[in-house]
Each structure stands twice: as C-alpha cells, then as structure tokens.
Write a protein that binds this ligand. Sequence first.
Ligand code: NAG
Ligand code: NAG
Ligand code: NAG
Ligand code: NAG
Ligand code: NAG
Ligand code: NAG
Ligand code: NAG
Length: 193
Amino acid sequence: MANNLISTSTAATTFIVVLLSLLLAGKSQTFSTSLRRTAMPRGKQNLTHLHFFYHNVVGGPNATAIRVAEAPITNTSATGFGAVIMVDNLLTVGPEPNSTRVGRAQGMYASADLNNMSFMMVHNYVFDEERYNGSTLSILGRNPLNSPVREFPVIGGSGVFRFARGYAKARTYFLNATNRDAIVEYNIYVLHY
Ligand SMILES: *[C@@H]1O[C@H](CO)[C@@H](O)[C@H](O)[C@H]1NC(C)=O
Ligand SMILES: *[C@@H]1O[C@H](CO)[C@@H](O)[C@H](O)[C@H]1NC(C)=O
Ligand SMILES: *[C@@H]1O[C@H](CO)[C@@H](O)[C@H](O)[C@H]1NC(C)=O
Ligand SMILES: *[C@@H]1O[C@H](CO)[C@@H](O)[C@H](O)[C@H]1NC(C)=O
Ligand SMILES: *[C@@H]1O[C@H](CO)[C@@H](O)[C@H](O)[C@H]1NC(C)=O
Ligand SMILES: *[C@@H]1O[C@H](CO)[C@@H](O)[C@H](O)[C@H]1NC(C)=O
Ligand SMILES: *[C@@H]1O[C@H](CO)[C@@H](O)[C@H](O)[C@H]1NC(C)=O
C-alpha cells in the first residue's frame, strides 16, 4: 500500500516535470532557442534554376585562377595531385567574356585524385544581378574533368538563398588547349526560402 502511494506520487511528480519541461521548451536557454517553423512554411519554398557561364582564366596577365600551393609530388604526379588553385572567376549570362555579368565564383579547386584527373571544388558564387545582389551559393564537390557533365552539391547559401540546397551541373563549353583557359556552362537547381 505504501509502495503504491509512493509510486503514484512519483508518477504525479514525473507528470508535472514533463509538463513543465514541455511548457518551457522553446524558451531561451544559455545560448540556443527553439523557434516555431511557421516562419518558413514548406509550401513557400522556391525552386530556382540558374544558367550562366564560368570563365576560368589561367593564362595571361589577367588570370583569375592562380596556383597558390602544391605538394612535393605535384609536378611528377600524372594528375598534378596536390595543386591548389585559387579563383575569382567571372560569371556571365552568355558564353562570351564580354556578355552581361552575373557575378563571380570565388574559392578554390585542388587536384584530389592520385589516379584519375579530378578536382575538389570549394566555391562561393556571389551574384550581383539586381534581385540576387550580394546573395551567395556555396558549392562543395568532386569535379572529374574527363566527364562531359560534372555534378556538384549546393550545400548552402546566403541572402535570397538562405537555407539553400540543390545541385549544379557543369559542362565545358570551350577549352583553349594551349593555355588551358576554359569557359564552363553551369545549370544550377536550388531550393531556398
Ligand atoms: C587585361 O586587363 C586590362 C585591363 O582591364 C586590359 O586592358 C587588357 O586588354 C587585358 N589583357 C588581356 C590579355 O585580356
Ligand atoms: C612545379 O611546377 C610549377 C609550374 O610549372 C613551378 O612553378 C614549381 O616551381 C614546380 N615545383 C617544383 C617543386 O618543382
Ligand atoms: C563581344 O566580343 C565579341 C568578340 O569576341 C564581339 O564580336 C562583340 O561585338 C562584343 N560584344 C560587345 C557587346 O562588346
Ligand atoms: C579511374 O580510371 C580508371 C582507368 O581509366 C577507370 O577504370 C576507373 O573506373 C576510374 N575511376 C573512377 C572513380 O572514375
Ligand atoms: C548591389 O549592391 C551594392 C551594395 O551592396 C550596390 O552598390 C550596387 O549598386 C547593387 N547593384 C545592383 C545591380 O543592385
Ligand atoms: C519565390 O517565388 C515567388 C513566385 O515566383 C516570387 O514572387 C518570390 O520572389 C520568390 N522568392 C525568392 C526568395 O526568390
Ligand atoms: C589560346 O591561348 C593562346 C595562348 O594564350 C592564345 O594565343 C590563343 O589566341 C587562344 N585561343 C583562343 C581561341 O582563345
């Protein structure tokens, strides 16, 4: 009988503690606050398609892709393994470099495969077209250069592209075999709020 009473009062205490913690959930803690998701309902998510050209200029006085680091084996490796190239590449609406500017691709790519030519891409695309001015998309992916179409995950964004996720498809539009300058066509599909 005494045991029953104790377990009943324990159950009641537990109930009150659970109720209190449910009521308190969402209130400020030391550094984090849980918010309701109504601020960004699922139905309001946008799917945006971006299409532009990326100008990887490695040669000449106006290069925008510059090798900044290498490994001891880079120059003897079949794939230039370990080379790190920093970029601030122009993005345009059409394939010509003098076509309307869309933004810049800033970041780096590095030879990351010992056997097959493949780069690791770490890029932030910053757009300056009116609606997207200052907004960015971040891309992190594998770029197997010999594939006609390469796909990179879009892992985030800022501004208009907050909470972004999606993918980018890249296809080489033009490659200068002499100086290795390239113009790459991008199609990006991105979900954002
Ligand atoms: C490099 O940029 C300068 C200044 O914009 C320009 O005058 C020059 O023609 C460019 N050179 C090449 C090879 O594109
Ligand atoms: C590798 O090649 C690059 C470019 O040709 C050159 O700048 C660099 O000094 C070379 N590195 C070594 C370790 O030979
Ligand atoms: C862009 O450059 C091409 C040559 O590469 C030229 O024919 C064309 O007129 C230029 N367009 C503009 C808007 O400057
Ligand atoms: C790497 O290249 C070899 C030979 O060209 C090929 O058999 C293999 O499938 C490639 N691996 C990847 C992951 O692409
Ligand atoms: C983009 O924003 C910058 C300042 O952040 C402003 O100077 C520029 O005029 C804006 N461009 C467009 C096209 O709105
Ligand atoms: C989302 O799409 C709607 C309808 O097309 C548009 O009015 C709105 O500006 C878009 N929002 C963003 C952040 O692009
Ligand atoms: C390719 O690069 C070489 C060396 O910079 C240059 O002379 C040539 O005009 C370029 N070809 C094209 C089609 O741009």
